[in-house]
Structures are given as C-alpha cells and as structure tokens.
Ligand binder design. Structure first.
Ligand SMILES: [Zn+2]
Length: 289
C-alpha cells in the first residue's frame, strides 16, 4: 500500500506544569515538572491533517475561567501566543482552511482545546472516547472540558477500534489512559520511515524501560497492555515511536518548520530495553527442551 503521507511536523503547543507522579506513577511524588503539549501536522497528497490541537489558547488569559480552578491548578498552562495552533501553522505558511482533518488521540484538555479553530475539517476520534468525554465517571471528569469538543459547528466522525483511515495512516486502539484512547501509525513516510504517535498511551521514554503506564488512567492494566502493544509494534515495524509528555525527548526533536526525522535506531534501543523489562531474559533453552 502506498502512503499518502509526504511529511510530518511537530508543533509546539507550549507546556503544562503538573505534579510528576501524574505522568509517571510513583516518581518524585509532590514535585512539579513541566511537560510538553504536542500537536502534529501531517502533509498528505490529499491535504493537511492535524493530530491533536493542544490547550485551548484562551487559557493564556484566564485558565481558571476556562478550565475551572481545580484543573488550572493541577495542570497550570505555560503558553505564549506562538503556541497557538494557528501561529504554529503559520510557521509553514498555512491557515486554518488548509486543514482537512483533525485526528485526536483522546479528548483530554491538553489534546483538543484548539479544535474549534478548524470548523471546515472532519474531526476524528474513537466513539468510546467521545462517549466517555461527554459523560465521564466522576473520577475522570476533571480532565475533560466540554467547551473543547462540544461545538455545534464541528463535524465528528466516530471510529471503532483499529482502522486504516487513509492509505498509510492507521488508527490503533490503545485504551487505558482513557477508555477510547488511540495512537496513530504513519507508515513509510518519505525520508523519515514509519512513525508511531503514541499519544498519552506512553508518556515518557522511561515509561517503556521502567514498564510504567501513565500515572493518570481509567484502567491501569489496559494502559500497560496498550504500552506493550505499541512497544512490540514499533519494534517489529522498525518505526520511530513518539511519546507524549517527556520534555527531554521533546527538546531533542526538530520542530516545525523542520520535519520530523527518522529515529528508528533510538526507538529500537528503547524497545529492546522495554521488551526485556516486560518479558525478562531468555530462559536457558537446554533446561527447557
Ligand atoms: Zn491525557
């Protein structure tokens, strides 16, 4: 299958100031850290696709008013005007009307807050995510902001499970961080190779090596399974795995207007360490058979 993807760009949506163990469970409990807020622009032969839209840029003016006090305190936005999705598109000479489709990994506040700027696009998310975001259980309600995604002018397309949505673009169901979380695989990107955008299925590179799913989950066991699935997939496909909230990793990547490059060697090393932490070292064959 020939891919329609030509290039992929990482857009800088600013950061959030959060408590460390919300990202990696048990790590530096009580310490505040800054985590990146990422968006991706996919240049295809059918037009441009955005993956995630970051925070609602209005939080730069009034985070408590938009998010409520509890969320604005738990996840304090660190944004400048240049982190607005339209400003980021401007780095490539694009405007909102260039975006044909927006794909969301999930509907948490730091992944869909800019969706309303793209009323002409098709908005794609898993059906399970849209349902949960619209009626979350109490423990998960803090991180969903209805004004992010409940806009009459937005046209939603709700997907179920794994799907090849366009040639070279797979949606991969990775529940656990949220019930309808999905990751996005972009196969055989020219001059880059295959990319797997994990979303919050994998928060940090060390999440893989330490075998720790996100600190915030709707189902921690499912989240661990989703992380293992992505690790194995990236390993066999020799893809570059993009984790979501790791500032060191984010700092090391090229940002728009530079396209992403091949990091398969880095991912391979990471996956090998991750797979050995999941499966352990081989037993002695002579003892077994
Ligand atoms: Zn999330």
């Amino acid at each position: 299958m020939k891919t329609i993807v030509r290039r992929v760009y990482l857009l800088d949506g600013g950061a959030l100031d959060v408590e460390s163990s919300a990202i990696v469970p048990g790590r530096d409990y009580g310490t505040r850290i800054q985590i990146p807020v990422q968006m991706f622009l996919v240049d295809t032969s059918r037009g441009f696709i955005l993956i995630d839209t970051g925070n609602d840029p209005d939080v730069m003016e009034d985070a408590e008013g938009i998010w409520g006090r509890a969320l604005a305190t738990a996840a304090r936005p660190v944004m400048e005007p240049r982190n607005h999705p339209l400003e980021q598109l401007g780095l490539l000479g694009l405007t909102e009307s260039d975006i044909r489709m927006v794909i969301y990994t999930h509907l948490h506040h730091d992944h869909c807050g800019g969706g309303r700027f793209f009323p002409d696009a098709i908005h794609v998310v898993q059906k399970a995510e849209y349902r949960w975001a619209s009626r979350p259980d109490q423990f998960a309600s803090l991180t969903y902001v209805p004004s992010d995604f409940q806009h009459e002018q937005l046209s939603w397309k709700l997907m179920e499970g794994d799907l090849c949505i366009l040639p070279g673009i797979h949606l991969i169901s990775t529940p656990g961080h949220t019930p309808g979380h999905q990751s996005i695989a972009l196969w055989d990107v020219p001059e880059c190779g295959s990319l797997i955008i994990a979303g919050d299925a994998i928060n940090c590179e060390s999440s893989i090596t330490d075998d720790l799913p996100p600190g915030f989950t709707s189902d921690a066991s499912a989240a661990a399974s989703s992380m293992h699935r992505l690790t194995a997939l990236a390993s066999v496909a020799q893809a570059s795995l993009i984790v979501s909230h790791d500032m060191g990793f984010f700092d090391s990547l090229p940002k728009a207007p530079e396209p992403l490059r091949n990091m398969a060697a880095r991912t391979r090393e990471l996956c090998e360490a991750g797979l050995s932490s999941i499966y352990g070292d081989s037993l002695d064959p002579a003892q077994l058979m």
